[in-house]
Design a binder for this molecule. Structure first.
Ligand code: 5GP
Length: 210
């Protein structure tokens, strides 16, 4: 099976992290872990949730071309380590990047076959409630993140799919369905098509034997 790149974006508080963590590795999903200069939240672990790093080291990675894309989000830098993504695609995995819109568009430029999914909470008040209930950010940061959510809306049209995240298991199922359908597109079925073509001699042999 050919590897593929799936990008999941959505406003802060849309439940992306939760949804993405439920994608089953047994089905071939491999989650990319980003690098960030943001301070860890309570409960977050270095190397599991993010690679937490200094601005200096982040810029060094950028300069060394070690990041596939990067962006600034509400005052912090975020980026996708290139090596892991390339290795996993090579292995035929469905590599999932949970990144914001500007980074997503950079990846789309480099990998036009990447599948872009925008995960959206049902309404803005619901989003505000999720962010305040989470209790991990102060009000100033929450307001900045809600403003950012509104800024991202016009870019949704650049995405391939929109999934409303109301009930988490249903959102996961919808992402699985998108990935399954995408895997059947002709551009990702080159191997299967070639196998079909290559079986012509066998077909002729069969006809002769009849
Ligand atoms: P948070 O601080 O809530 O973990 O993430 C803030 C935003 O940064 C989210 O929209 C998240 O998807 C995005 N993000 C996380 N990692 C990356 C990355 O590597 N690149 C980009 N462009 N955005 C990222």
């Amino acid at each position: 099976m050919q590897g593929m790149l799936v990008i999941i974006s959505g406003p802060s508080g849309s439940g992306k992290g939760t949804v993405v963590k439920r994608l089953d590795p047994e089905l071939g999903y491999a989650l990319s872990i980003s690098v960030t200069t943001r301070a860890p939240r309570e409960g977050e672990e270095d190397g599991r949730d993010y690679f937490f790093t200094s601005e200096e080291d982040f810029h060094k990675m950028r300069a060394e071309n070690a990041l596939l894309e990067h962006a600034v989000y509400v005052g912090n830098y975020y980026g996708t380590p290139r090596k892991y993504v390339e290795e996993q695609i090579e292995k035929g995995k469905i590599v999932v990047l949970e990144i914001e819109v500007y980074g997503a568009l950079q990846v789309k430029e480099k990998f036009p076959s990447a599948v872009l999914i925008f995960l959206m909470p049902p309404t803005l008040p619901e989003l505000a409630q999720r962010l305040t209930n989470r209790g991990t950010e102060d009000m100033v940061t929450i307001e900045a993140r809600l403003k950012k959510a509104m800024e991202e809306v016009p870019l949704i049209s650049k995405y391939n799919y929109v999934v409303i995240n109301d009930i988490i298991p249903e959102a996961v199922e919808k992402i699985d369905a998108i990935v399954n359908a995408e895997r059947m597109k002709p551009m990702r079925s080159a191997e299967e098509i070639q196998k079909f073509i290559d079986s012509e001699a066998e077909m002729k042999e069969f006809l002769h034997s009849c």
